[in-house]
Design a protein around this ligand. Structure first.
Ligand code: F6R
Length: 608
């Protein structure tokens, strides 16, 4: 949500900032802006819409200077407009601020400042930061930012420059991520590493309530109470090319295709086939408690929540742990009462989702131990949890989550298998599961070979305004995820249902214009799913079945069939979700949607 990129160094800031914004655009794309400083001169441009509009605006404009801040916005307070775009300025135009987050007490602060004669020009909460910093400034920018931090409630990742403090950027964080990038050609600060990975892979994570003063040659970190912090750099494993399209028309398609090897990355080096048990170094710090855990809660939002829902079934299959799932956005409003030795597992691609962070903080308060299943290394959730497992899926740029989902299913399976092997699972069962995991990358490749068939199915149905997705047990969450993917990127209305619920209402919708995607692998639910398909066909509803290879019964009745290779029942979701992702992608393509940047959405929801 909102992308921030700052640079101070030897190079010209403008092209670095524009390039950084392009890479952060998936975090928000309703308006953008940048400010570049040269001595006491600051040139600032802002534009509504995508980064391309800002690029066109600044094209040919001389913006000298090697210090600058830039922002791509996902509006919270105030409509997308030039006056509400960032950087926001104080009334004298000395302070320029970019901000990600929400200042909850901005009304009160604004009123207080207005009483002092200060005039506001935007409808944003962020302008109050610029005005307050200007108000407190007495020559020391970091001090003014620190005083401002003590006044504001809410969340922020901010970058600040001041006309009279050239060559210096002050950045601060509370609740919104900020990473300092260190290179020989200067320093970067961004809300995620993809904005700087082209220039450096040496980073320092700013932590809660810290601020940093960053110059071309140095950076220094302070706590909110002005204590100096020494922190050494970490090396990130993401490469610049991971964040490139590499010949694909969209990141979503690229990331769907990457799954053959991202799945492998999720279990690489973690399987001990002879022992039938995975090794998960990241959870060793809590292993003594975890191995005796009898109650587990998986919390997440959106697609990660659907991974949690599959995870619950996998835990029920492989372990003796009583497992429940919780939507992070609802979790903290519940009266939580955990049995002793409960583990709450936060599942998050970004590791920065505000609701998931709030949920684990509440769980910790109530005495639960915390695990994280996270993709972004060093992210807030990875730091706030007692231990965890990384997905190693590489950067996910498409706003609609795809490859990370299948990696989450792998890491959840590894965790369940490890615990199950310490409980009741036999060596044979362990070895069988590991062999099935190892077979997955080739099976995914085989499945992706059907892309043009899936594209043809999408072409047949993309004009239909309403779709239904049905599944049972392990594939019920895949019905939910399939529907979510379709609505997110194509804006087609879709509903995901447990197939057994169909007769309790949604069957009223079935007609020849409403396709149903029925997920029917060859498992214990097969006969029941087949009955559901017959019920739909009797009402002339078209059926697209996702079935196991060679399923003649399904072929006889369904209008279209997408075949998945045979696999253990609890691993079928890893395969069945891929046709759902491709159907969503191709429908969106035929409808000419902006697939990587669907309307109103942004990746990484860092506000509640
Ligand atoms: C859907 C999607 C979102 C995210 C959700 C949680 O395609 O991307 O629903 O899954 O916002 O995000 P993370 O996993 O970063 O916590």
């Amino acid at each position: 949500m909102c992308g921030i990129v700052c640079y101070v160094g030897e190079k010209s800031a403008k092209p670095i900032l524009i390039e950084g914004l392009r890479r952060l655009e998936y975090r928000g794309y309703d308006s953008a802006g940048l400010a570049v400083q040269n001595g006491n001169e600051i040139s600032c441009y802002r534009e509504v819409g995508k980064i391309a509009n800002l690029e066109a605006l600044v094209d040919g404009k001389s913006m000298e200077g090697s210090t600058g801040i830039a922002h791509t916005r996902w509006a919270t307070h105030g409509e997308p407009s030039v006056k509400n775009a960032h950087p926001q300025r104080d009334q004298e135009e000395n302070v320029y601020v970019i901000h990600n987050g929400i200042i909850e007490n901005y009304h009160l602060l604004k009123k207080q400042l207005e009483k002092k004669g200060i005039t506001f020009r935007s409808e944003t909460d962020s302008e109050v930061l610029a005005q307050l910093i200007a108000f407190y400034f007495d020559g020391n920018l970091a001090d003014a930012v620190r005083k401002t931090m003590s006044q504001v409630e809410g969340t922020f990742g901010m970058g600040v420059i001041h006309r009279h403090v050239p060559g210096q950027i002050v950045v601060a964080r509370r609740g919104s991520p900020l990473i300092i990038g260190v290179s020989d050609e200067g320093h970067f600060v961004a809300s995620d590493v993809s904005a700087m990975v082209r220039y450096t892979n040496k980073v320092v994570h700013l932590q809660e309530n810290e601020l940093a003063t960053v110059t071309a040659d140095d950076f220094s970190i302070l706590t909110a109470s002005a204590q100096q912090i020494q922190r050494s750099t970490e090396t990130v494993e993401w490469r610049a090319e991971d964040a490139e399209l590499n010949g694909f028309p969209h990141f979503m398609l690229k990331e769907i295709y990457e799954q053959a090897y991202t799945i492998k990355n999720a279990f690489r080096g973690r399987l001990e086939p002879g022992e039938g048990v995975p090794k998960l170094g990241g959870i060793m710090p809590v292993w003594e408690d975890l191995k005796n855990c009898r109650h587990m809660v998986l919390v997440a939002c959106g697609t990660s929540y659907y991974a949690a829902c599959v995870g619950k079934y996998i835990f029920e299959k492989l372990t003796e742990i009583d497992t429940e799932v919780g939507l992070a956005s609802e979790f903290r409003y519940r009266k939580l009462n955990f049995p002793s030795n409960t583990f709450v597992v936060a599942i998050s691609q970004s590791g920065e989702t505000a609701d998931t962070i709030a949920a684990i903080k509440e769980a910790k308060r109530k005495g639960a131990r915390l695990l994280g299943i996270v993709n972004v290394v060093g992210s807030t959730i990875s730091r706030e949890t007692d231990a965890g497992i990384y997905n190693h899926a590489g950067p996910e740029i498409g706003v609609a989550s795809t490859k990370n989902f299948t990696s989450q299913l792998i890491t959840l399976t590894l965790l369940a298998l490890l615990l199950g092997r310490h409980q009741h699972l036999s060596l044979t069962e362990g070895i069988q599961a590991i062999r099935a995991l190892e077979a997955l990358p080739d099976q995914v490749r085989e499945l992706l070979g059907q892309s043009s068939h899936i594209e043809a199915i999408a072409e047949k149905y993309f004009h239909c305004a309403n779709w239904l997705f049905l599944g049972r047990k392990y594939n019920y969450p895949i019905a939910l995820e399939g529907a979510l993917k379709l609505k997110e990127v194509s804006y087609i209305h879709a509903e995901g249902y447990a197939a057994g619920e169909m007769k309790h209402g949604p069957i009223a919708l079935i007609n020849p214009e409403m396709p149903t995607v029925a997920i029917i692998p060859d498992d214990e639910m097969h006969e029941k799913m087949l009955s559901n398909i017959h019920e739909i066909k009797s009402r002339k509803g078209p059926v697209i079945a996702i079935a196991t290879q060679g399923d003649e019964k399904v072929r006889e009745i369904a209008d279209d069939v997408i075949e998945i290779p045979p696999i253990l029942d609890f691993l079928t979701p890893i395969l069945s979700v891929i046709p759902c992702q491709l159907l969503a992608y191709y429908c969106a393509k035929f409808l000419e949607r902006d697939i990587d940047k669907p309307r109103n959405l942004a990746k990484s929801v860092t506000v509640e």
